[in-house]
Design a protein around this ligand. Structure first.
Ligand SMILES: *Cc1c(COP(=O)(O)O)cnc(C)c1O
Length: 753
């Protein structure tokens, strides 16, 4: 689950069914379908003739099992043309005034270099490409991801890094899973969290822990009493409120106790701070958002994951390796794939499939764009501005809670003074972090300049300004980084924009994507996103809002989220929708967690069996395990249909222990199983719930609704069925839709801290 969005508060304006404006049609009205669907009238006719059918309606009828079609089409507002949709979106988003958010909490202002915006983020060669499973058509994106791994390795000082994960909280939870898997003694079930983690990470980790039966201890100092039960400790570096504590004593104690140490580290700070690898940490994770990836109201951004070679077989996510092709030339390919859910299923290291490849490629190119010197300068400047701000605040009698910091100050002082500063900042449309006790937090970023620090000081009533930022020293502690970062020549060989642009184009030219050709891949529906669908990405009203800004600042965003949830509920026939999960796998996880919580609420705590057909995608069994379920496979016939007699046998055998059955509809083999209603009824009779993997929803949209044939919960992959780009393996959005009885059991969403 991503902690990305603020809780989807109800929008302040009426919305969901806002009708399209009634006016004369524009020239491009109604041309969307013909522009964006492959077959034309002639090819359509040829196909129908070959099949001996007379119309598309007949084809649908012949394909769908009897009685499955919905009695009515989904109640959605009328379709709008591309031009109108963009104009309406612009209007809705105009309600988001531009605030400058210095809230921190894992989200930082950044500057996306225009060359990267144009040549990567807005280039269909990069945003439509598929996950690089076929290395012969993916050398470009593989190289970009390898650069990402190299960047992470050098910044963290670790020995092996993967090609991106979903978000910081999930990466930290995956790190805890790695640590637990590494323990020989499976009775070590205590996980130590320091209070310095971002609240969203603590929440995601705690949700994972609860499902797997881990005990979470949150304490500032090493939990001595738990020494023999500990499997890992998670430290933040810097901490959420800005403190930079020396992690070495904690790492030492963890090592002595036989547990692993996990550091959540801000990659930009690692240009100034000694990297986790040199401090003795076993795993380093974090977000690479501030490497040129817009905040976007909380995502998508790539998380990184790095560890020691000893744990390489436990590494979650994709790993790019360097290999030789048949002619002996260097080539890239995915490595150690036997760890992944596609092959290992319920014994996989992780359920993560779609990650954030596009954003990882962007972050790696940001590192190449600035190079080691440029990035060091950015980090240093941010730190010096922060020192200058601290100096100015101290002069007027305010207290900076922690003497050592990177970019974030925890500010204490008389409540009246802080209140005035908060008000003045609000008048200038500037957001600070509000701590529950009334203290203030300010996080500076790449966008901060001298004038901004002056402005911030003026909110607090400072009149005597400190000397310029450049006169403040680098990190003054024994924690200062001494080893150089980003020594690999790739980070210094494309210093000017011509070189960089050519490099990016050279990589893209090595790939085959929907920008060149149809890519006929099964359920991971490959589509060339309409350019208009990606246009809003470039709008500051989309890219800048901070997820923890007060909800009333972003009514436009909230309305879009609310509308989409309502429409997806209508499309699936499952009215309660959450857009929180950031991939299909995370939707499965969230949906199964809801099912588990529902069983528990009824006292059915023994229900831990998840029935999964052998034809299912690997994420299904991997997700079930994360929820604490036991996977019992159900046989399929040669056509990929679930074998109902085997289902009966398994239901009989495990009846009172059946928690859920997962079914992909239509199946990965492209089959609309005729017995889907029976299947749902049988599982319900046994007291179980039906989870539908909705990766293939594109075959159902507008025709039938899973909620009507007995499904209790399903996810949708908006990067497959709708217009989120596939991005070479992400971004993903994997909303879950559930029936009313499950809605109260959605996993908790981290609220504003
Ligand atoms: C893609 C896919 C998934 C996993 O979804 P991600 O968004 O990649 O996490 C699960 N099941 C099926 C059938 C899929 O095609």
């Amino acid at each position: 689950m991503t902690p990305a969005f603020a809780p989807p508060a109800k929008p302040t304006q009426p919305s969901a069914t806002t009708p399209a404006p009634k006016s004369t049609p524009l020239a491009d009205d109604l041309s969307f379908l013909s522009r964006h669907l492959g077959p034309n009238k002639a090819t359509e006719k040829e196909m129908l003739q070959t099949l001996g059918l007379s119309s598309l309606e007949e084809l649908v009828q012949a394909t769908l099992p009897k009685g499955l079609a919905s009695a009515h089409p989904p109640r959605l507002p009328p379709a709008r043309s591309e031009t109108r949709a963009l104009a309406d979106l612009e209007k809705i988003l105009a309600a988001n005034p531009p605030w400058r958010s210095l809230i921190g909490l894992g989200y930082h202002g950044t500057i996306t270099p225009p060359v990267l915006r144009r040549a990567i983020l807005e280039d269909p060669g990069w945003y439509t490409s598929y996950t690089p499973y076929q290395p012969e058509i993916s050398q470009g994106r593989l190289e970009a991801l390898l650069n990402y791994q190299t960047m992470v390795l050098e910044l963290t000082g670790m020995e092996i890094a993967n090609a991106s994960l979903l978000d910081e909280g999930t990466a930290a939870a995956e790190a805890a899973s790695l640590a637990y898997a590494a323990m020989a003694d499976k009775n070590r079930k205590t996980l130590w969290l320091t209070p310095g983690l971002h609240p969203s990470s603590t929440s995601v980790i705690s949700t994972r822990a609860a499902a797997l039966g881990w005990r979470v201890v949150v304490s500032d100092s090493f939990p001595e009493k738990e020494t023999s039960n500990l499997f890992a400790g998670i430290l933040a570096y810097p901490e959420s409120d800005g403190r930079v504590a020396d992690p070495r004593p904690s790492i030492e104690q963890l090592k002595k106790s036989g547990a692993l140490s996990i550091m959540i580290a801000d990659p930009l700070s690692l240009f100034l701070l000694t990297p986790p690898g040199e401090l003795g940490a076993d795993v380093a994770v974090g977000s690479t958002q501030r490497f040129g990836v817009p905040i976007g109201f909380g995502g998508p951004h790539a998380a990184y994951f790095a560890t020691r070679l000893a744990y390489q077989r436990l590494l979650p996510g994709r790993l790019i390796g360097v290999s030789k092709d048949t002619a002996g030339r260097t080539a890239y390919r995915l490595s150690l794939q036997t760890r992944e859910q596609h092959i290992r299923r319920d014994r996989a290291t992780s359920n993560i499939c779609t990650a954030q490849a596009l954003l990882a490629a962007l972050a790696s190119m940001y590192a190449i764009h600035h190079g080691p010197k440029g990035l060091y300068q950015i980090a240093l400047r941010i730190h010096q501005h922060t020192q200058r701000l601290a100096a100015g605040l101290k002069v007027i009698g305010l207290t900076i809670a922690h003497p050592t910091f990177f970019d974030t100050l925890h500010i204490q002082g008389p409540p009246a003074a802080l209140k005035t500063a908060r008000l003045k900042a609000a008048q200038a449309q500037t957001n600070f972090r509000d701590f529950p006790n009334g203290d203030l937090g300010i996080t500076l970023d790449e966008r901060t300049d001298e004038a901004e620090v002056d402005r911030l000081l003026s909110f607090f009533g400072a009149t005597k300004l400190p000397p310029p930022s450049s006169e403040f020293p680098p990190i003054p502690t024994p924690l200062a980084r001494k080893s150089p970062a980003l020594r690999h020549p790739i980070f210094t060989s494309h210093a000017n924009e011509n070189e960089l642009l050519r490099y990016i184009r050279r990589l893209a030219a090595k790939d085959l994507t929907p920008a060149q050709s149809m890519v006929p891949l099964g359920s991971c529906t490959m589509k060339l996103n309409a350019a208009s669908e990606l246009t809003p990405l470039g709008w500051s009203t989309i890219s800048e809002p901070h997820p923890y800004a007060p909800a009333d600042q972003n009514p436009g965003y909230l309305r879009i989220i609310h509308d989409l949830e309502t429409w997806l509920g209508e499309i699936t026939g499952l009215p309660h929708v959450s857009l929180q999960p950031n991939a299909g796998s995370q939707g499965e996880y969230a949906g199964l967690l809801s099912i588990r919580a529902w069983h528990y609420s009824r006292g059915d705590t023994q229900r831990d069996v998840c029935l999964i057909p052998v034809s299912a995608h690997g994420t299904n069994p991997a997700s079930a395990v994360l929820v604490g379920f036991r996977v019992i496979p159900v046989a399929c016939d040669s056509q990929g249909n679930v074998d109902l007699s085997d289902l009966d046998a398994k239901l009989k055998e495990h009846g009172p222990r059946v928690a859920a059955a997962m079914v992909t509809y239509p199946s990965t083999h492209g089959v609309f199983e005729t017995a889907i209603r029976d299947l749902c009824a049988k599982v319900h009779q046994a007291g179980g719930q039906v989870y539908m993997d909705g990766a293939n929803l594109n075959a159902l949209v507008g025709i039938c609704r899973p909620g009507e044939f007995g499904v209790d919960a399903c996810h949708l992959n908006l990067h497959k069925t709708f217009c989120i780009p596939h991005g070479g393996g992400g971004p993903g959005v994997g909303p879950i839709a559930v029936a009313s009885h499950l809605a109260p059991f959605f996993p908790p969403i981290p609220t504003k801290p």
